[in-house]
Design a protein around this ligand. Structure first.
Ligand SMILES: [Zn+2]
Length: 378
């Protein structure tokens, strides 16, 4: 009942449309029309104004057919990570790759194509189903921007599935939260050859701090990274300022706080160590820290209705659904924080965010089987 050719064509069409974050109008209008053809009422929210994007998040509503149940929500994102450029999808031995120097964009277009094919099948086969809401967010790849600005009053569903993770036959019930850290160290500039004693090196302060920092994998549910460091002007100037960007993630809120505090303390300790008298007065490098919660954690219980529904659907079609711990933030983190219980389903996309990204068509068919069954049983 699944039309593999139609699914393949849909994926290929979607992959060929450029859709960098905040420049999604072409794909958005295509999807709006496509979902309308499938019988949905569609609309955009006002996220374009708030984000500076070309379009807002797209919402599609499918009325229930011969079944009156609570609505169910599916979320996917329409943007793809850079480098985008003109993606040229190539199908080779049943696998989609990108021909050129770009990602394929199976993240998240595999999920979109699968959802469209599932909706096609449901319609073609006249499968009774309750109301379905589809949210296609913008700018997921640059920090869940669309989901963060989504107008949650536009959806009714309190349960749902995000189609947006690697692998096949797995679901993510828990994902960490993250703190985003921006640190600025301000020292004192001086001529490094003539009067170095009048300077206070921001680079040296940063080095002292980072060398004392616990980074990488902290424990099974906590990670930390310093991802960017910029500063200094020339070899003969004691550097006055350094900017540092880093993050900490954890499934556990207290551990996230502890790791964040530890990182900030390392900067303070380094500043303390650098403190000395210059021209008779005590000088200390200034540390300014901006810590922002990047996304909240999500944790859906094993016995939650949305998990049971996925398991029941998988059992019906003979799939073996496994639970995997999430390592990143996704739109599902934000939906859960807004009261829609949402888990993430694998779409078959592989090696995402690289030029070697690919997706196997048979895997996409496999996911469509599950989606159709979820819709039938919801
Ligand atoms: Zn994604």
């Amino acid at each position: 009942m699944i039309n593999q050719q139609r699914l393949s064509d849909e994926f290929s069409r979607l992959a060929s449309i450029n859709s960098p974050p905040l420049k999604e109008s072409t794909i958005a209008f295509y999807l709006a029309e496509r979902l309308q053809q499938l019988g949905a009422k569609v609309r955009f929210d006002a996220a374009a104004e708030a984000t500076g994007g070309e379009v807002g998040n797209l919402i599609a509503y499918f009325a229930g057919v011969n079944k009156d149940t609570e609505p169910i929500l599916f979320s996917v994102h329409m943007d793809t990570v850079e480098p985008g450029g003109q993606v040229e999808p190539v199908l080779r031995d049943g696998v989609f790759y990108s021909a050129g120097d770009t990602v394929l964009g199976a993240d998240d277009k595999a999920g979109i194509a699968e959802l469209i094919e599932a909706l096609e099948v449901v319609r073609e086969q006249n499968i009774p189903h309750g109301p379905i809401e589809v949210v296609v967010t913008i700018a997921e790849e640059i920090g869940l921007v669309g989901a963060k600005h989504f107008d949650y009053s536009l959806v009714e569903a309190r349960r749902g599935y995000a189609l947006d993770t690697e692998g096949i036959d797995c679901m993510v019930l828990q994902a960490p939260s993250a703190n985003h850290l921006r640190i600025k160290i301000t020292g004192l500039a001086a001529h490094a050859g003539m009067v170095p004693e009048l300077g206070m090196s921001a680079i040296q302060t940063a080095a002292l701090a980072i060398s004392q920092m616990r980074l990488g994998r902290i424990d099974h549910e906590t990670t930390a990274n310093i991802g960017c460091i910029k500063g200094g002007v020339a070899s003969n100037i004691v550097p006055q300022s350094v900017s540092i960007i880093g993050e900490a993630r954890s499934h556990d809120a207290q551990k996230l706080q502890e790791q964040t505090d530890h990182m900030l303390n390392c900067f303070e300790a380094a500043a303390e160590q650098m403190t000395r008298k210059i021209n008779g007065s005590l000088m200390r490098p200034q540390i300014s820290a901006d810590v922002r919660l990047d996304f909240p954690s999500m944790s859906v219980a094993e016995n939650a209705p949305v998990v049971k529904l996925a398991r029941a659907a998988a059992a019906t079609v003979g799939h073996d659904l496994k639970v995997r711990l999430g390592g990143g933030g996704s739109d599902a983190n934000i939906f859960n924080a807004h009261g829609t219980e949402m888990i993430i389903l694998a779409t078959g996309m592989t090696r995402v965010h690289t030029h070697d990204e690919f997706v196997v068509v048979a895997d996409m068919v496999h996911v469509v089987e599950l989606l159709v069954e979820i819709i039938r049983l919801a």
